[in-house]
Design a protein. Structure first.
Length: 287
């Protein structure tokens, strides 16, 4: 029988209250929003927090999707379904629609949150690759105030992030620029499963050449969910099939996939190359 260990429960009524509770209970407390990752781990006793701080009542403070200046701001409490259905987000960045359509199932998407997905730090997380490709910034609040961390520096290892025990991820900010296209490609064993491999691509074109490229990879052992060597290869080149194929090969060369129940390492490396190529081609076609 799957039964969590004993824990305390507190429901936060504001961000300052949540931070106060995190300070009170210390590093063995955990924040719960959607709970679709944390609760199963607790039932298996892979996670045994001494206290749960429920932030589901903070949607007014930590929700919302809006363009603010030259950035798209996405609250950490935005549910997956909200992001999927947000024309503000998906018109600017179709990569969000691509990814959210293949994340889990409607039940999970209705409850799970964008911030929770990133803070879980799973090496196979879809949105971590998406936000890495987008070169997003994470906004974190703690007792000392608000600080920002590039999403490409946010994940410090499997299930480890830059958010300290007494801090909250409150928002993601994505730079908005003209001439940008984006896309996400994923291979999964069945609908809604974790990816065998997946790739996201963001291209900004100026004067007929690639001014900036962003490539996000998940489930294939890519450091910080990105492929900087492949991005560097693309910048300054024409957005053509040859450049995209070579970028895919470079991305795959720098991955360190591990064999598991979803497939052997060589297959995952092949997918990293092919899905990168496909995502780049689709992103270019959307500019």
């Amino acid at each position: 029988m799957q039964v969590p260990a004993t824990f305390e429960y507190e429901r936060a009524d504001s961000v300052p209250h949540a931070l106060e509770l995190l300070e009170r209970y210390g590093p063995e407390a955990r924040v719960v929003a959607g709970g679709h990752s944390l609760i199963p781990m607790m039932k298996l006793r892979l996670a045994q927090p001494e206290a749960l701080i429920d932030i589901n009542g903070l949607a007014d403070e930590l929700g919302g999707i809006a363009v603010e200046g030259d950035e798209l701001a996405i609250g950490a409490m935005v549910r997956h379904t909200e992001l999927l259905e947000s024309a503000t987000a998906t018109d600017l960045f179709p990569i969000f629609r691509d990814a959210e359509r293949v994340i889990a199932d409607p039940i999970v998407r209705n409850r799970g949150t964008v911030g929770g997905s990133l803070c879980q730090g799973d090496p196979s997380e879809d949105l971590s690759a998406v936000f890495a490709a987008l070169r997003a910034t994470a906004v974190i609040q703690g007792p000392g105030g608000i600080r920002t961390v590039a999403v490409r520096e946010f994940h410090e290892g499997p299930y480890e992030t830059a958010v300290q025990p007494n801090e909250l991820l409150i928002q993601l900010r994505v730079p908005v620029a003209p001439g940008t296209g984006s896309a996400y490609e994923k291979v999964e064993r069945r609908v809604g499963d974790w990816p065998v491999a997946a790739a996201g691509a963001v291209l900004r074109i100026e004067g007929g050449v690639i001014a900036q490229a962003g490539i996000g990879l998940t489930a294939v052992g890519a450091g910080h969910f990105c492929a900087p060597e492949a991005e560097a290869h693309l910048e300054g080149r024409a957005p053509d099939e040859e450049a995209f194929a070579q970028a895919g090969r470079i991305a795959a060369e720098h991955c360190e996939p591990h064999a598991d129940q979803r497939g052997p390492a060589d297959y995952k490396r092949h997918l990293a190359a092919e899905l990168t190529r496909r995502a780049l081609a689709r992103a270019a076609g959307r500019i």
